[in-house]
Ligand binder design. Structure first.
Ligand code: UGA
Length: 443
């Protein structure tokens, strides 16, 4: 990269978003320091190890560090000479409320202020309730005149985070209202994203509140699409229709599209569930709650699918379900991730266990995280071990190894060949041909 285009950037908060962002910026040729208050996380990152499962991240970390482009620190002083400071801390759901907890983002800004220089730009990446950027911009302007704030929402998907960060499908800037300030912030961001912008990535420059809303609107739309198809699955179950065929058929209409129309046990993770709840909470505060009241329904449909899987298991086991064993394949909220935050898969395992069913759960990556939250569950290292002696097999995260699981081999291991396909990802005919009772979601 032309030295003139190298930007010195800090990334504050080195979780899923921040660690990937820091490593990706270094891969784009910039000089990056990742800052986090968690010493263990920083120690791992500084050794080039990813603190969570994310394909490609460890390679990127190691490449960035051997090129001398990437370092990590627990000390905010390390960010002092940076031109851009990215805020990438979590905004989880608040305890006992639907709203987002902004403690971490305010703490990050407060810790950064003593090191912030006039002319530097703080760039929000975290998902926040609309209006947060305005508040942070005022705080920054009062403490460090001449320092600016921009909002640059992130759209990465876990499991594809590196790819999504290096080759985003769009870049959004929320810029200050003052024209000269907006121009200064935009110039630095353009320099930072010179490579994706040169490859034709669309750029939308707008105000703070639109940039904040873009992010929650995108996640709300995706959540709505999934709950829409899951609502169709509920109807399909009543009338005996097949929701996967329905999704294929409507998905061919390019205005609808087939993506995010997979019916099953529903959405989870650290983003979609909490983002729709926080959006509803913020809209309520703004007096426009009715505009997004459908999101409460989206949430309710989503949570009903977990209950549906549990009902199917109990119905298959019969009255003496407490004496029986069930194999739960999957704990992560989706494949290629070890994240169990708000995971439908883990929820199904925990609910069944709570009802007294003998649950043996497995996952290629998420057992450690699941065990930390729910040590009461029994875990098996492989699908083969999990299904051994099971009366029902429930697939709730569509990892490749479960989709490819040989139904004949599995048949020889189980006590009773009943499979509940909570992700509609198995070849039903192949499993039936191998002697299984196959139950899908809405099919
Ligand atoms: C989501 C968005 O897709 C990203 O664009 C966004 O940047 C990110 O949240 C975020 O806000 O940080 P992610 O949470 O990684 O990304 O996961 P998704 O791939 O969106 O999947 C979410 C959930 O929906 C998973 O539990 C998945 O199994 C489920 N899903 C997805 C379905 O049930 N059906 C589908 O058809 C698609």
């Amino acid at each position: 990269m032309d030295q003139g285009n190298v930007v010195r950037a800090s990334v504050i908060g080195c979780g899923y978003l921040g660690a990937v962002h820091a490593a990706s910026l270094a891969a784009l040729g910039h000089e990056v320091v990742g800052v986090d208050v968690d010493q263990d996380k920083i120690a791992l990152l500084a050794r080039g190890e990813a603190p969570f499962f994310e394909p490609g991240l460890a390679d990127l970390l190691q490449a960035g560090m051997s090129a001398g482009k990437l370092r990590f620190s627990t000390d905010f002083a390390a960010a002092a000479d940076c031109q851009l400071h990215f805020l990438a801390v979590g905004t989880p759901q608040m305890r006992g409320s639907q709203a987002a907890d902004l403690t971490f983002i305010h703490a990050a800004v407060d810790a950064l202020l003593p090191w912030l220089r006039p002319g530097a730009v703080v760039v929000g990446k975290s998902t926040v309730p609309v209006g947060t950027a305005r508040e942070l911009a005022d705080k920054i302007a009062a403490a460090v005149p001449g320092a600016l704030l921009a909002w640059n929402p992130e759209f990465l998907r876990e499991g594809f985070a590196v790819e999504d960060t290096l080759r985003p499908d769009r870049i959004v800037y929320g810029l200050p209202a003052d024209a000269a300030e907006a121009e200064a912030a935009k110039a630095l961001l353009d320099q930072l994203y010179a490579k994706p912008l040169a490859s034709g990535c669309p750029l939308i420059s707008t105000d703070y509140q639109t940039a904040e809303l873009v992010k929650v609107a995108a996640n709300s739309f995706l959540a709505t699409k999934i709950s829409f198809i899951n609502a169709m699955a509920e109807i399909a179950e009543v009338v005996g229709a097949d929701v996967t065929k329905l999704a294929d058929a409507i998905g061919f209409d390019q205005r609808i599209g087939r993506k995010f129309l997979n019916a099953g046990v529903g959405f989870g993770g650290g983003c979609l569930p909490k983002d729709i709840r926080a959006f509803q909470a913020r809209a309520d505060e703004l007096g426009t709650g009715r505009s997004v009241s459908f999101l409460s329904e989206v949430d309710a449909i989503n949570l009903r699918r977990r209950e549906r899987v549990v009902e199917l298991v109990l119905a298959s086991l019969g009255d003496d379900y407490q004496q029986k064993r069930v194999a739960v394949l999957g704990l992560a909220f989706k494949p290629e991730s070890d994240d169990v935050r708000d995971s439908p898969a883990l929820d199904v395992a925990v609910r069944l266990h709570g009802l007294g069913v003998g649950v043996v759960a497995t996952d290629p990556q998420a057992i450690g995280n699941a065990r930390r939250l729910h040590p009461q569950l029994d875990f098996a290292a492989t699908a083969e071990e999990a299904v051994d002696g099971a009366e029902v097999v429930v697939l709730v995260t569509e990892w490749r190894q479960y989709r490819d699981f040989d139904p004949k081999l599995a048949h020889a291991l189980v006590a009773r060949p009943v499979v509940i396909d909570g992700r509609n990802c198995l070849d039903a005919d192949r499993w039936r041909d191998a002697g299984w009772t196959y139950l899908g979601m809405g099919r």
